[in-house]
Design a protein around this ligand. Structure first.
Ligand SMILES: Nc1ncnc2c1ncn2[C@@H]1O[C@H](COP(=O)(O)OP(=O)(O)OP(=O)(O)O)[C@@H](O)[C@H]1O
Length: 363
């Protein structure tokens, strides 16, 4: 089985990479180098070839190589299930970011239809402990991989909610305006909630069916203000929302609760290593489910994941990635971390000289 993959990646004035061309061939990839060599920057570049603001959620300005800050560009050939696509994204100095697929201006939704990218980065190490927003975003990224239309539903919901929040803040009383915006929110919310619930079912089956070294995470969606009838809750909540200056009910408040299923322990009570293992388990379950649905595994970006797993789990991770045929792009500071992958992976060494990253394929 082969997965979706980035075959050729070119970076121009992107963060620490002045001009880089990397020839990936679809196998898993190890990016090795000292701190600050530019490994995560490469993962971030690839994450920007999927919908959203990438794995650091950076603004277009931040991404431009300093001190020149001339603007930046990322180009890649994406090897898909049915066809290959030329995907390009970037921003001129001071401009917003644009995306092009096969030379034509594209939307986030069209990007969602051709790419599937999932990531685990060190900033997610406290995902089970910190605010709900991170867990919601994690769930929505997995959901997007199953249901590309999720991008549109989320954008529609957020736009309508922002408009409603503006009315609330301005203490506007006009019921017509509220009704129109709330109707849009309710339609989009139904789709968002349906997609999220379907994702949880899919992940649960994919974890239960697999013979894996990783622990099962039992997930539930929880909402601080559960409601069966969002339309009425929005109408009834207008006065309270006006006092708060924002919408207090809806899928934007949902949270994801995780349990280490074999132990019956809540994810936020697990050890650091166990919490990470639960995230790896979910990413792998997602990849297995997608491989089944699409016939191709997603691209996985695993930043400093290998170093945090014990040796048997690390070997198991590599075996699962290879069995799925997934292009997992992994980073680490020591080459020994990837020894057991042998010729199953491409290996690149990164260094940083004169304030710019250098990349060399070493295997
Ligand atoms: N816009 C920018 N212009 C130039 N350099 C940048 C820009 N943004 C970040 N950098 C540089 O990129 C480097 C960080 O790169 P990156 O995060 O990819 O490192 P890394 O190899 O993943 O390191 P670590 O192992 O510490 O995670 C830093 O030296 C940082 O100063």
């Amino acid at each position: 089985m082969s997965g979706l993959s980035i075959i050729d990646l070119s970076l121009s004035h992107f963060r620490s990479h002045r001009a880089a061309r990397i020839g990936f061939d679809g196998r898993p990839v190890a990016l090795i180098g000292p701190n600050g060599a530019g490994k995560t920057n490469i993962l971030e570049a690839i994450s920007l070839l999927s919908p959203g603001r990438g794995l650091r959620r950076a603004g277009a300005e931040e991404l431009s190589r300093k001190p020149e800050a001339l603007g930046w560009k990322i180009t890649a050939c994406l090897h898909g299930t049915n066809a290959d696509h030329e995907v390009e994204t970037g921003a001129e100095a001071g401009q917003t970011r644009s995306v092009r697929i096969d030379g034509k201006a594209a939307t986030q939704v069209s990007l969602a239809r051709i790419t599937r990218v999932l990531w685990l980065v060190p900033a997610m190490d406290r995902l089970w402990i910190e605010a709900a927003e991170g867990r919601r975003r994690f769930l929505d990224r997995m959901t997007l991989s199953f249901a590309p239309d999720h991008a549109e539903a989320v954008l529609t919901y957020e736009k309508a909610m922002r408009d409603r929040n503006r009315l609330l803040k301005d203490q506007v009383q006009d019921a017509h305006w509220y009704r129109a915006l709330e109707a849009r929110m309710v339609d989009a919310a139904t789709q968002i909630e349906g997609n999220r619930a379907a994702t949880l079912r899919r992940l649960s089956t994919a974890q239960n069916d697999a013979d894996t070294a990783f622990p099962s995470a039992a997930l539930t969606l929880v909402n601080p203000e559960p409601t069966d009838d969002l339309a009425s809750a929005l109408v009834e909540g207008r006065r309270r929302d006006m006092a708060a200056g924002r919408t207090l009910v809806g899928p934007h408040r949902a949270d994801l609760s995780g349990i280490y299923a074999d132990k019956g322990v809540a994810a936020d009570q697990c050890s650091t290593g166990e919490q990470k293992a639960l995230l790896v388990s979910l990413i792998l379950a997602n990849a297995r489910a997608l491989a089944q649905d699409l016939g191709a595994a997603p691209i996985l970006l695993l930043d400093e994941v290998a170093a945090h797993l014990d040796a048997p789990r690390r070997a198991a991770l590599y075996d699962e990635i290879c069995a799925l045929g997934a292009q997992a792009i992994m980073t680490g500071t020591e080459s020994q971390l990837f020894d057991t992958l042998g010729s199953r992976a491409q290996v690149f060494a990164l260094t940083e000289t004169a304030n710019q990253s250098q990349i060399k394929e070493i295997q």
